[in-house]
Design a protein around this ligand. Structure first.
Ligand SMILES: [Zn+2]
Length: 478
């Protein structure tokens, strides 16, 4: 190990906490130890922190006092955590209308470290802005967790890293911190100039670690493969932000000769919720900082079922998110699942997409984006496809054909596989187009569900959510 990572860990990280009024170094040391705790010890810590934040909110948070009294019955989902059982789920729209109640009175009482307030404004893709507040305490957990998750992927704190598409930081003091963190930021639209700039930095700055949206990493790898460029020295790759499809993972790992570790969080809301470890299998939750529930039909998802990810933050007194519906959907792990790494945090199978990206059939089965990418990957003659669901028992498959397209074969195969997966309850219509239009966010959505009332959604999806956006990672720049 060179000298700088030691300096970074023992001197720079703790020193940066002073002007930032955070405890990143402290929490990071704690998390490095607690990752090896037994399950009951972790859950005891979580239970105790959950009681504390609920008690604080019950006494001081006007918004939750009101919400818990007046929310409609169908929001009062059951929970495996007794303290949360029957507490109403909260949505972004609920919070948007109640910003005047935050930060919660007295949020910083108790600790001199807690006086810092971070404000993150996110702009929804339809231009409906949202503001999230987080305490310095939650901010510190956010950064400390990020360091731990990245370490699981091979990152060594203090070694140079490069991020694709995480928000660049403009303030001088932040830029100074980036120098200490040895971080380079790149916006990335996969044009030749962007690829060249990234490759130049990878080489010239001795970058060891690469972090970015799965699609950006994929597009970078594709450009490198086409130009026969070898890995300039990257040792770990972390993906986040959008689905790491199996085809993406294969190409990235082929081109770089490095394993990709995927993690899930949202910078706007300021949480890191789940991440793969070096085993690259199931996703570990981080019970030290949040309770993550998967809810379906107002109850916890059963092993192997899909459920909406609902989050309760344990360290954000300024604007606690308590049973906050993320609109993201994950698959619950099988009963008794464990990870060979030896960590005992709760596990989930992985994030499968956004609520509006999942087709629900009348028999209750759910078809996620991966189902369709795998199905279409093995059919020849298809340039592009898109699935849209507007009614409960039918989907439309839009297809851009190549010359070798065989209509009869494809239609039969798609109808057969969809029918088999949904016990014959979902019909498929076909539409042939010259091109498939992109959404307002400039991304092409593979699957669009316009159903308003499904078992996966705690509340009717809003227009904004119909447009796919990667998780804002604005918080990474806070
Ligand atoms: Zn593991």
């Amino acid at each position: 190990m060179s000298l700088y990572p030691k300096l970074f860990r023992h001197l720079i990280l703790p020193t940066l906490d002073l002007p930032n009024r955070t405890r990143v170094a402290h929490h990071h040391r704690f998390l490095e130890a607690s990752q090896w705790w037994q399950a009951d010890r972790l859950l005891e810590l979580q239970r105790s922190k959950l009681d504390t934040i609920l008690d604080f909110s019950r006494r001081s948070a006007v918004f939750y006092q009101d919400h818990w009294r007046n929310a409609p019955e169908d929001r009062r989902a059951a929970s495996e955590h007794p303290a949360l059982d029957g507490l109403p789920v909260v949505t972004k729209d609920d919070l948007r209308g109640a910003l005047k109640h935050f930060p919660v009175a007295g949020w910083h009482r108790g600790s001199p470290f807690k006086k810092r307030l971070v404000t993150v404004k996110t702009s929804g893709s339809t231009g409906v802005p949202m503001t999230f507040l987080r305490s310095g305490e939650q901010e510190a957990w956010f950064w400390a967790l990020r360091l731990r998750m990245w370490q699981w992927g091979g990152y060594v704190p203090g070694e140079p890293y490069l991020t694709l598409n995480l928000n660049a930081r403009t303030k001088l003091v932040k830029r100074f911190q980036d120098v200490l963190f040895r971080c380079s930021y790149h916006g990335f639209n996969a044009n030749r100039g962007d690829v060249d700039a990234v490759l130049r930095d990878l080489e010239n700055k001795g970058v060891r670690h690469l972090v970015g949206y799965a699609t950006s990493l994929y597009l970078l790898s594709q450009a490198m493969a086409e130009r026969r460029i070898a890995n300039p020295g990257v040792r770990s790759i972390l993906s986040t932000g959008d689905s790491l499809l199996p085809t993406y993972r294969r190409l990235i790992e082929d081109v770089f000769g490095v394993r990709v570790v995927d993690y899930y969080g949202a910078g706007g809301e300021g949480f890191h919720l789940a991440s793969q470890c070096e085993e690259r299998g199931l996703y570990h939750l981080h019970p030290e900082n949040a309770v993550v529930e998967l809810l379906r039909d107002g109850r916890p998802a059963r092993p192997g079922e899909l459920g909406e990810i609902v989050v309760t933050q344990l360290d954000n007194r300024a604007m606690p998110l308590l049973r906050y519906a993320t609109q993201d959907v994950a698959l619950a792990a099988a009963a008794g699942a464990s990870c060979p790494c030896g960590r005992h945090m709760p596990l989930i199978e992985g994030v499968q997409g956004r609520v509006p990206d999942i087709v629900m059939a009348p028999d209750g089965s759910a078809l996620v984006v991966h189902f369709f990418t795998i199905l279409f990957e093995y059919l020849s003659g298809i340039e592009q496809f898109q699935i849209e669901q507007n009614v409960a028992d039918r989907i439309v498959a839009r297809i851009v054909r190549r010359p070798d397209y065989r209509q009869q074969d494809v239609e039969t195969k798609v109808r057969h596989d969809v029918g088999e997966a949904t016990h014959g309850t979902l019909a498929v219509d076909f539409e042939y187009l010259d091109h498939i239009p992109t959404a307002a966010s400039n991304k092409r959505r593979l699957v669009i569900s316009n159903l308003r009332d499904t078992p996966l959604s705690v509340s009717a999806p809003q227009e904004e959510r119909l447009i796919e956006t990667p998780h804002a990672l604005a918080g990474d720049g806070a």
